[in-house]
Write a new protein. Structure first.
Length: 137
């Protein structure tokens, strides 16, 4: 019982910290060596129906002089998927990363995917999808 209470309190603390720091991701265009402009780092979907996947697109613009390659987009859970073109993005052009949350849990959600590009293979850029899944009917 004592271990269960301790685990519950630890989980509650971790979730509180995540929401405190995750409410807003600043648009930091210094990531990726200043060669990439993220037009949005966070999208609020608002309320979505339970069980209806919700998708939004994040746009990235290549402001460098070389081709941009989106090497990898990772999600922290199976409930969130990402799709993107494997084609090079020429200087001055944009690409989109489609992020889909499955909406299988009621309540607020905050899902982060991290993007790795050829301009900075060490520092991933976080993108956040947030909203609220309505109660199951």
């Amino acid at each position: 019982m004592k271990n269960m209470l301790k685990s519950f309190l630890t989980l509650t603390l971790l979730l509180s910290i995540q929401f405190a720091f995750a409410q807003s991701i600043a648009a930091d265009n210094s990531l990726n060596a200043g060669k990439v402009q993220w037009l949005q780092n966070q999208i609020n979907t608002g309320s979505v129906p339970f069980g209806m996947p919700v998708s939004r697109e994040f746009e990235v613009k290549n402001i460098g002089t070389e081709n941009l390659m989106i090497l990898q987009v990772k999600s922290g859970c199976f409930c969130t998927l990402a799709e993107w073109s494997k084609e090079p993005v020429e200087p001055g052009h944009s690409a989109k990363i489609k992020v889909t949350y499955d909406s299988q849990r009621e309540g607020e959600f905050y899902r982060i995917v991290t993007v790795m590009t050829n301009f900075d293979t060490i520092q991933a850029v976080p993108l956040a999808l947030k909203g609220k899944v309505d109660a199951e009917k």
